[in-house]
Every structure is written in structure tokens, then in C-alpha cells.
Write a protein that binds this ligand. Structure first.
Ligand SMILES: O=c1nc[nH]c2c1ncn2[C@H]1C[C@H](O)[C@@H](COP(=O)(O)OP(=O)(O)OP(=O)(O)O)O1
Ligand SMILES: [Mg+2]
Length: 208
């Protein structure tokens, strides 16, 4: 049994993340709530310089508010050819409020700009990229219990494909599967995603 108790909050307002987290926590016998259950809470300022720092900021803020253990996920897309961008700015790449479709358009526009400026570069649709997910678990006092990170490699294609998932999933193609993240069901995504990798490491850390 994991040392989490029955009351745990995931410090996210992202419905896509929750759709993935819920079954993975339920499989461990843990029912979770999220910030979607508390619509009146003010936004948390995510001003860390790393995914790990932002995950801890979100987890701590909510633990201090509710006095229960909290898990937070800070994640994003890192594209080699863009120097790791959008990285920790993934959610607000095209400005605020966060807009998945606008972020995807901006990603393609930035890659197209690169292609124009160096015609010898490989086509943008083959840009190697990585999804990264940092997860922080803090106790009811906001102290870190575990901090883990997972990643998943793919390439960016030039047209969105698929209807599942969220965020950059329609542009994130996994050559080994011949599909984008958005062409995977939630269960399939949960077998290999950065989020699933990070959560696997969390279970491992907690079982020691
Ligand atoms: O599996 C993923 N599939 C596609 N896109 C993804 C994924 N994982 C993160 N992403 C993108 C979406 C968002 O642009 C940013 C996360 O930003 P991030 O601040 O961690 O989440 P968020 O603001 O949407 O919700 P919250 O902070 O309430 O958890 O990276
Ligand atoms: Mg956020």
C-alpha cells in the first residue's frame, strides 16, 4: 500500500492530464481530486526555471492551502532544433491564456522559420522532440516526499493528426508506433508517455 492515504489532490486544472492520471492512480487504489473541483482558487504562478521547480511550486501551494498530500505535474515539449523550446513555457508559448491550437500553430511557424533561414536543414516535420514530465509529491505540510521525471521521444510532423489527448499531442509523432500521441487511446498513451514514466518512478520511490 502506498503511503498516501485516501485524501490526495492533484494540483492541476488540466482536464487532459486528469484523464490520464485518474486511471493510473485508481490502479493503485487511490481516488484523486484535482483543482477542477475547486474552480474559485486563484491561479498558481509557475515562475520556476525547470519543470521540477514548477511541479514543486504547484504541489506546495495546494498542500499549504488544504493540509493534505499533493501531487503536481509540470510538463512540456522540448524541441532540439529550437534550443529546447517551448520547454517550461509550453503552456503559454503563444501567449496567455493558454491555447493548445495556437501553441501548435506557433510551433509549426517557428520550425518553418528555421527551414527558411537554413534551406539545408532537414524538413521541420522531422524535428526530434521530447515530452518531459516532472512530478512532485509533497506531504500535508508542503515538504517534498518525492520528485521524479519522465520523458518520451518523438518527432514533430507538419500537420496535426488524431483527436485524442491534448496540447501538442497531434504534432508529436512516434516513429516506432507510426502514430501521433493524439492517435493513441488514453490507455495506449498511459503505456509509454512521459507522464506514465514519471508516475512509474513515483510508485517505485514510494515502495522503497
Ligand atoms: O502529454 C502531453 N501531451 C501534449 N501536450 C502536453 C503533454 N504534457 C504537457 N503538454 C503541454 C501542454 C501544455 O502546453 C504544457 C503543460 O503545461 P503545464 O503548466 O504543466 O500544465 P497546464 O498549465 O496545462 O496545467 P496545470 O499547470 O494546471 O497542471 O505542455
Ligand atoms: Mg500550468
Amino acid at each position: 500500500m502506498l503511503p498516501l492515504g485516501s485524501e490526495i489532490i492533484i494540483a492541476t486544472r488540466n482536464k487532459g492530464k486528469m484523464k490520464e492520471f485518474e486511471p493510473m492512480f485508481l490502479r493503485q487504489g487511490i481516488a484523486v481530486r484535482s483543482l477542477l473541483d475547486y474552480p474559485d482558487l486563484p491561479d498558481i504562478v509557475e515562475d520556476g526555471h525547470t519543470f521540477a521547480a514548477n511541479a514543486l511550486i504547484k504541489a506546495r501551494a495546494i498542500a499549504l492551502k488544504f493540509g493534505v498530500p499533493v501531487v503536481a505535474d509540470d510538463s512540456g515539449l522540448c524541441v532540439d532544433r529550437l534550443g529546447g523550446a517551448p520547454g517550461v513555457y509550453s503552456a503559454r508559448y503563444a501567449g496567455e491564456p493558454s491555447d493548445d491550437a495556437a501553441n501548435n500553430r506557433k510551433l509549426l511557424a517557428e520550425l518553418a522559420k528555421l527551414e527558411d533561414s537554413s534551406p539545408s536543414a532537414e524538413p521541420a516535420r522531422l524535428s526530434p522532440a521530447r515530452f518531459v514530465c516532472a512530478i512532485a509529491l509533497v506531504d500535508r505540510a508542503g515538504h517534498p516526499v518525492a520528485e521524479v521525471e519522465g520523458s518520451c521521444d518523438g518527432v514533430i510532423i507538419d500537420k496535426p493528426r488524431g483527436e485524442h489527448g491534448f496540447g501538442y499531442d497531434p504534432l508529436f509523432y512516434i516513429p516506432e508506433l507510426g502514430r501521433t500521441m493524439a492517435e493513441l487511446t488514453v490507455n495506449e498513451k498511459n503505456e509509454l508517455s512521459h507522464r506514465a514514466q514519471a508516475l512509474g518512478k513515483l510508485w517505485e520511490a514510494l515502495s522503497k
